[in-house]
Design a protein around this ligand. Structure first.
Ligand code: ATP
Length: 320
């Protein structure tokens, strides 16, 4: 390994900068050169490649987003695009690439490896939806950001004795919703994994809570369930209680990363370079059962993950 390329791909996540910084500085410690590939696979195909030095990554550990930019790229899904990407790596002397992103980005890394470039994936997504790992970079910051926003909605919701539906991100995964549900003490949590929510039961719960004297009713709804606005209208019509939907949206993706995200990103970024230097390729870094490990990309992509039923049952009991 002489020159390591690093890119961020898919949705951005707080902590990606800390991961890039760790890759750059660890690689330099090994005596390697480092190139930053901007805008994910799209920037690779456009040859938007810059030299990175230890100083290029100063002052970014505390910043949200990704200074390398990120993008989605349709062309890289084609065999021609993938071959072109690998050829461009070779043209720039890049023999190995660290890909920071989600499952889709790892598919891309697998294709680069199939075309002769050593690759290693680092899990970066606020959604926590990568099956092989118990942690993905950005999750902690996103949950904290959403939690603080939901606290604010709760204040006004209580004052007006309203019912509030707050929709959080997570794509098809309900981890942010579940964590906020517990952290914010929500009365109800709607998760895509358990998409059996019964609106009549939800309405009965709201009415029963109001009879018990509860001043608000907070429902955390996951993006994967969606339809918060129409749900609010139906609940208001059925209960007579003023009901508002708040969709938190992209604010959940930004902001300065928490300590946890900075540390996890730093360790995983360094681990990725160690793995490459140890001769590994076509693998993904993971945090599993309290340890940093790595998996074959194909094996990692085939894994399944589910919402912890105990955590969900706790959320339900505490919401009573
Ligand atoms: P997030 O979970 O934050 O959305 P992600 O990495 O899963 O992140 P995707 O949009 O699925 O996000 O993938 C990012 C990019 O990876 C795609 O735009 C594409 O360039 C590349 N990619 C995705 N799937 C494949 C594939 N099967 N083969 C090659 N490249 C792929």
């Amino acid at each position: 390994v002489k020159t390591i390329g690093v890119l961020t791909s898919g949705g951005d996540a707080p902590g990606m900068n800390a991961a890039v910084r760790a890759v750059v500085r660890t690689a330099i410690a090994y005596g390697c050169q480092v190139k930053g590939i901007q805008k994910g696979y799209s920037g690779l195909l456009e040859e938007e490649i810059i030299d990175l030095y230890a100083g290029s990554v100063s002052d970014i550990i505390n910043r949200g987003g990704t200074f390398l930019y990120t993008a989605r790229c349709e062309e890289f899904r084609t065999p021609e695009g993938q071959k072109k990407g690998a050829d461009i790596c070779r043209k720039h002397g890049i023999d190995s690439v660290v890909v920071i992103g989600g499952d889709g980005s790892f598919q891309g890394a697998r294709q680069l490896a199939a075309n002769g470039i050593n690759t290693i994936g680092v899990p970066g997504t606020i959604d926590l939806d990568i099956a092989c790992t118990d942690y993905t970079i950005g999750f902690d910051t996103a949950v904290n950001t959403a939690m603080e926003a939901i606290d604010k909605v709760r204040d006004t919701s209580t004052s007006h004795e309203r019912c509030s539906i707050i929709e959080v991100m997570g794509r098809n995964a309900g981890y942010i919703a579940l964590w906020c549900g517990i952290a914010n003490g929500a009365e109800d949590i709607l998760l895509p994994e358990l998409y059996n929510y019964d609106e009549e039961a939800l309405i009965d719960h709201i009415i029963a809570n109001r009879r018990r004297g509860k001043k608000h009713h907070i429902i955390i709804n996951a993006e994967g369930v969606g339809h918060s606005t129409s749900m609010a209208k139906r609940i208001e019509a059925a209960t007579g209680i003023e009901t508002r939907a708040t969709i938190l949206g992209h604010l959940q993706r930004g902001g300065s990363p928490t300590a946890k995200d900075r540390v996890m990103a730093s360790v995983m970024g360094a681990y990725a370079v160690d793995a490459l230097m140890g001769g590994k390729s076509n693998r993904v870094v993971a945090y599993k059962d309290g340890k940093y490990v790595d998996y074959d990309i194909e094996e990692a992509l085939a894994m399944q993950k589910e919402i912890d039923p105990f955590q969900y049952s706790v959320a339900k009991i505490l919401a009573r």
